[in-house]
Structures are given as structure tokens and as C-alpha cells.
Design a protein around this ligand. Structure first.
Ligand code: FAD
Length: 463
């Protein structure tokens, strides 16, 4: 393979590794501060796990107060305008106050347009494979792109790989899996069903009151979120060899009257950092979802004419987290703790799919239902020009159950983007960046830090 010295002969202000929701928010925020920004992504599209068909969880505390704004809200507004979202919809018996489904393809397309508008250089099919650092300062990163290895140079770097790949390669301390055992939450693959009569499917499957929305072009409200278990069909599912245990849970969402995104597969004991294990999981979960599609078609009203498309890649919930200058912990989440160096708030409950792959639990956020995301949790210990955001921020496995969801990922991504831009422009280090400056830029960008009277244009739905 050809080795070139630099893939691009330019020293960027900010380099963002990973183009999931976190990397999108980070790159967008950095570029909007005027920083020359490059985003690298191994897949030929951006979105990461958000490109698999999910609700963005969540903007509202369980008491009905919206605390997530900024880029996270802007994306929903833009998608709603396009018909790719239906805003925030009350969830009468839900584990969250409101749900926010988005169409995966429109999400990918619209966020690509937003990055292009902001002037971000996107390098697709480009994987981070190494990082040179001296004394806690990242000098450059090595990437593998089509037919060549090369280096990219920047002043500040953001790890938005979900797996803390950049932090690990740069020599930062990371935690992999649960303390002691190394266990990780199971992986899952999303199933997309098209040509579904979603109203009948919802009637047949929903165990709890579904969420409905009225969409332009539809003559009546459509079910956009429902969930439950397959307990009533345990025997059939066992006979068909779909699952290795009973009472499997499922969650569905959509913004269309005839399509459903179904989250109903799980595989335990898969290390999402192990390419061989992940490849085997891709084969196994595709098979599991093909069988599930057959079950739905044969046994559940509404799916008679449906076609089923297992997602192209496996969704990974948990792998590695950086050890930051602060590690968010169980007490912080249970108390709904607030921090002086807050860069935003989060409110999705702790969501832990147990590593045995058989059950899942939600634990509410304490206090007023929201906790602050401290800037220190984005700074890998001992590093001066490296930040981590999204799934791999510094958090214990329990706290990670809350921070790993998309709204907090976008909030930490946006904060990392603004911080990295300010550090690059001000010739200062990330840890030394004055927190008041970062917080004031975040407020200007519409991010809610818990102290404004209002932020953005909140549309608080009533249950
Ligand atoms: C099955 C499943 C269901 C979920 N359901 C929900 C839900 O309903 N609502 C919700 O809010 N959250 C949900 N989550 C959690 C949420 O989707 C993810 O935690 C979140 O999207 C993570 O975003 P991220 O950008 O930090 O990481 P990712 O989405 O994992 O993105 C990381 C990106 O980095 C890239 N990358 C990886 N390694 C490298 C490298 N070496 N070099 C360069 N780039 C790299 C990847 O290709 C990817 O695009 C779910 C997760 C799973 C797995």
C-alpha cells in the first residue's frame, strides 16, 4: 500500500474522528466558530448509529421540561420541515416524557448538507489507524483511506469514534467494559419493515399506550412509537428458532404510515472493538432478523405484505470510555447533579441492556430530572489538545447507560466542537480554556446550560 506523508497538505484547526451524531455536532460546532475543520469517517456515509432508524432520546425531563437544545434541536427542526421528523411527541406510558423519531436516510442527507453549508471537509472511507503524541499533545493522526496510508495534521483533535479509538491510539488512559469483568452491553441490529399497515401492527403488538402524530399528507394520526414484549408468541418464536430465550422486548418507531424501524434483536458477549466478533455478529443478527421478519409476516396483522431489511451494520452500545479529568458516576446521575463547568444538560434515563442479553432496565434521573455534563468529562487525563465526546466520554458503566444516548451525545459533541475551535484559535490548551468563554459561546449557540430562562424555541408537548 502506498504511504504518503500527508493525506492532505494542510494543518486544520480541528480534526474530528468519527461521523456519528457526536462527530456531526462536533464538526458543525467547530466550523461555525470559524475553525477550519476536517471530519473523518470509515463508512461512505455519516450518521453512525443514528443512521439505523432510531428516536433521538431525549429532550425532555420526566417532568416535561425541555433541557436539550442547540444543534440537537436544530436537526429535528430541519428534519420536521422536510417530513423526516414529527417533532417531540408525548409518550403517555413511556419511560420518557416525549419521543423524537427521525428518518435515518433524511437524517444522513440533511446533516451532510449542514456540514457542507458550514464548510466542513468530510473524508469518507477514511479510518483512523494511529496517532502520534508527545507529552499529552497529539501531533498528527494516521489514517487509512482508499489505497493509501497518510497523515492528517490539526491543532486540536476530537475523538467521536464511540470507541475512544483516537484517545487510545494517542496513549490516553481508557476503560474497556465493566470494571472487573470487562462485560459490555449486548449489540443489536435494527430491522426496517416497509409496506406495513402500521396502525394494525400497532394494535396487534403494543403493550403500552402508543405515541401518535398527525403528519402532513396523512388523513389520521399515525402510530410513531410503540413497544412491548413478544411474550404472547413465546412458543412460536422458540419453534422458529428466532431467540434463545422467552419474553423478548421490542421497540418500534417511524415517521411514516407504512414503515417501521424495529429494535428487537440482541447478541451478548460481543466486544464491539473486536472486528472478528463484530463480523460474526453481523452474520448472526442478519439471520435472526430474517427469521423475525418471517414471524411478523406470518403471525402479526399488518405485516402481511411487508418486506424486511436488516440494517447493514451492527449497533454497538458500549465499548471503551476515556478516563477524563472527571468521571461521571452513578451518584451524579441518581442525584441529577449540577456542575460549575457544565456544557449542557441531559435527561435520558440510565438505559442498561444487561450483558447476558436477556433483559433491559431504565432508571430515572434523580433531582429535577436532568444532570449537567461537565466539561472535564470530555478531557482525557493528561492531554492538552484532545477532547472526547459522545459514547466514549468519561463515565462509569452505570453513568454511560445515560450518556450514551443521542441527545447527550450531540450536546457533548457540540461542546467539544466549540471548545476545540476556541483552543485552536486562541492558542491555548483544552484544559486551560476559560470555562466562562466556552459557556458563553454555548449559550450563544442556543445550548441550555440550566441557567437560562429559556433557550431556543421550545415546543413543550403536553402528555
Ligand atoms: C441497537 C441500539 C439502539 C439504540 N437506540 C437508541 C435510541 O432509541 N435513542 C437514542 O438516543 N440512542 C439509542 N442508542 C444509542 C445511540 O444510538 C448511540 O450511543 C449514539 O448514536 C452514539 O453516537 P456516537 O456518534 O458517539 O457513536 P457512533 O454512532 O458509534 O458513531 C461513531 C462513528 O465513528 C466512526 N468510527 C469508528 N471508529 C473509527 C475510527 N477508527 N476512525 C474514524 N472513525 C471511526 C464510526 O464509523 C461511526 O460513524 C441505541 C444504540 C444501539 C446500539
Amino acid at each position: 500500500m502506498a504511504v504518503t506523508e500527508n493525506l492532505i497538505d494542510e494543518k486544520f484547526d480541528v480534526l474530528v474522528a468519527g461521523g456519528g451524531v457526536t462527530g456531526i455536532a462536533a464538526a458543525l460546532a467547530a466550523a461555525r466558530q470559524g475553525a477550519r475543520t476536517v471530519l473523518i469517517e470509515p463508512r461512505p456515509f455519516i450518521g453512525g448509529n443514528a443512521a439505523t432508524g432510531l428516536c433521538i432520546h431525549t429532550y425532555f425531563t420526566r417532568y416535561g421540561k425541555q433541557v436539550v437544545f442547540g444543534i440537537a434541536q436544530e436537526i429535528v427542526d430541519r428534519l420536521t420541515e422536510l417530513g423526516g421528523a414529527v417533532g417531540h411527541v408525548p409518550m403517555p406510558q413511556g419511560y420518557v416524557y416525549a419521543v423524537t423519531p427521525v428518518d435515518a436516510d433524511l437524517f444522513r442527507m440533511e446533516t451532510t448538507a449542514m456540514l457542507a453549508e458550514a464548510g466542513v471537509v468530510i473524508l469518507y472511507n477514511t479510518t483512523l489507524v494511529g496517532a502520534d503524541s508527545i507529552g499529552g499533545e497529539v501531533q498528527r493522526v494516521q489514517v487509512c483511506s482508499k489505497n493509501r496510508l497518510g497523515y492528517l495534521n490539526a491543532k486540536t483533535f476530537i475523538d467521536a469514534t464511540g470507541d475512544a479509538d483516537l484517545a487510545l491510539m494517542a496513549g490516553a488512559e481508557c476503560r474497556e467494559g465493566w470494571a472487573g469483568t470487562g462485560a459490555m452491553q449486548p449489540v443489536s441490529m435494527m430491522l426496517r419493515a416497509v409496506s406495513v399497515d402500521t396502525a394494525r401492527a400497532c394494535e396487534a403488538l403494543a403493550e403500552f399506550t402508543p405515541a401518535y402524530a398527525t403528519k402532513k399528507g396523512c388523513d389520521k394520526p399515525i402510530p410513531i412509537y410503540f413497544h412491548g414484549t413478544f411474550t404472547r408468541w413465546n412458543k412460536i418464536l422458540r419453534d422458529m428458532g428466532v431467540y434463545d430465550h422467552d419474553d423478548h422486548q421490542f421497540w418500534t418507531n417511524t415517521v411514516w404510515p407504512n414503515q417501521l424501524n424495529i429494535n428487537a434483536s440482541r447478541m451478548a458477549n460481543v466486544n464491539g472493538n473486536d472486528p472478528v466478533a463484530l463480523s460474526q455478529a453481523t452474520v448472526e443478527l442478519t439471520k435472526q432478523l430474517q427469521k423475525l421478519g418471517q414471524f411478523l409476516k406470518e403471525h402479526i396483522p399488518g405485516f402481511e405484505n411487508a418486506s424486511f431489511i436488516p440494517n447493514a451494520f451492527v449497533g454497538v452500545r458500549e465499548t471503551r470510555n476515556i478516563r477524563g479529568e472527571y468521571e461521571l458516576n452513578e451518584e451524579d446521575i441518581r442525584a441529577g447533579r449540577k456542575f460549575e463547568d457544565s456544557v449542557g444538560q441531559a435527561c435520558f434515563p440510565v438505559d442498561i441492556h444487561h450483558p447476558d442479553g436477556k433483559s433491559q432496565e431504565h432508571i430515572d434521573i434523580g433531582g429535577d430530572g436532568a444532570y449537567d455534563l461537565p466539561y472535564r468529562a470530555l478531557i482525557p487525563r493528561g492531554f492538552t489538545n484532545l477532547l472526547a465526546a459522545g459514547r466514549c466520554v468519561s463515565a462509569t458503566p452505570y453513568a454511560h447507560g445515560a450518556t450514551r444516548n443521542m441527545a447527550p451525545c450531540m450536546t457533548t459533541g457540540e461542546a467539544a466542537g466549540i471548545a476545540a475551535a476556541l483552543a485552536a484559535q486562541g492558542n491555548t490548551t483544552c484544559p486551560q480554556l476559560p470555562i466562562e468563554l466556552l459557556q458563553s459561546r454555548l449559550r450563544q449557540a442556543g445550548v441550555y446550560l440550566g441557567d437560562q430562562v429559556s433557550a431556543g424555541a421550545a415546543t413543550v408537548p403536553s402528555k
